[in-house]
Design a protein around this ligand. Sequence first.
Ligand code: KIV
Ligand code: ZN
Length: 507
Amino acid sequence: MNRKIEIFDTTLRDGEQTPGISLNAKEKLEIARQLEKLSVDVIEAGFPIASKGDFNAVKTIAENVKGPVIAGLARANFKDVDCAAEAVKAAARPRIHTFIASSPIHMKYKLKMTEEQVLEAAVAAVKRAKSYVEDVEFSAEDASRSDVEFLCRLYSAAIKAGATVINVPDTVGYTTPKEFGNLIRILMERIPEIDRVKVSVHCHDDLGMAVANSLEAITWGATQVECAVNGLGERAGNAALEEVVMALDTRKDFYQVKHNINTKHIYRTSKMISTITGVFIQPNKAVVGANAFAHESGIHQHGVLMKKSTYEIMTPQSIGLTTNMLVLGKLSGRHAFAERLKDMGYELSQDELNKAFERFKDLADKKKEISDLDIEAIVEDQVMKLPQQIELECFQVSTGNKSIATATVRVKVKDKIVEEAAAGDGPIDAAYKALERACGMNCKLVDYSIRSVSGGKDALGEVTVKVERDGRTFLGRGLSTDIIEASVIAYTNAMNKTLWNNGYSKP
Ligand code: KIV
Ligand code: ZN
């Protein structure tokens, strides 16, 4: 019988360490719910000791997402472990994931600890975690650059202390497939207790080998792969979940393993996470890139027309990409809209459906044909919307190549209407200055990007902004067929998010 490979998703923990990403509790819960639909085995929901926000997010996910194991990360000390235990306590299947570095360079310069001290801390942390939960994972950080004899001793001690999973991280993305496979083989041979636990790998992509290294580890007996959707993660990121899963799926003849993932949710999960994090997917990205199923050359197109499998090793449908780009328009009713959403895999509450339908109707007044891409953008925007403390009432801009750009905005801030005007270096700068004046807030715009959601001159424009306030980064998104309006909405949303800190605080 084929071995089962467990998919441990760390999008919400290592993925959130992607530079520039900062997710609020609502966004994390939505992502966790989508990961549950994808049927991941484990969700690493966060690093509870890191901040109050992280603790609350892990706790909320543990309380609300009951399918997968919910893991919380902890360094190998009692304070971290106790905090992680408290955060995951409500989970149906809680796990504490504790780690300590084991490589000479990390022990000497970062921890300033000897091998024996590291071993002692690891055992104590695993035992402490075990006093709270049955399922305890132990990671030897920077395992791939550690002394293999010490690594065997460390993992063996962790298992004896109660670890149920031992994780082998290639923390700095340094190893190669052959070398990493060999390391897994040695650990399998030399750790007497290894049969009692799951063997996990956690690979980073600094040299572009994270997926290859993870797959090689599977061939040598690893039974859990840690990965993140769209390959998010610290520096160059983690092994991309969708690539690992589709490799196992497409090449089951070779790997001969099974997994739990419902691959039909891959596209939607990837799209949702890209939208929420503002980290766009490169067009030529494996599996989920816009070009992954596009055939450009005549020879390829001819081949695909004759038989798809000439140039397509997996189908777009297998990752849930809808090929039925049914076009809706002004005359389409609520029923057709709701049916389309269902076909696209969305499950909205009645309230969300009503609001999304209203936006669809507004858009249909401005745009003749509405495609799946437009619907996707509207729905994701609607579902992720936070209650607005600052509401945009209206705005006006005046600009030209020989005049100074000016903008007037009217906003409702906590039920009070405020109007302000400003001049700026272009219409968007002017509008953003006017918005800040009206709200009495000072934000720093650190990134601005614009793209069209679908084709055509009347396309829906999507603006994403990143703003900094009090040392934190917040992402705002705006959708409109008018790009200035999309820009103003995006900035208003980002300003709102700066006020959303597990509830509202004062501006
Ligand atoms: O990369 C790493 O070593 C980690 C550990 C905490 C597992 O993220
Ligand atoms: Zn990592």
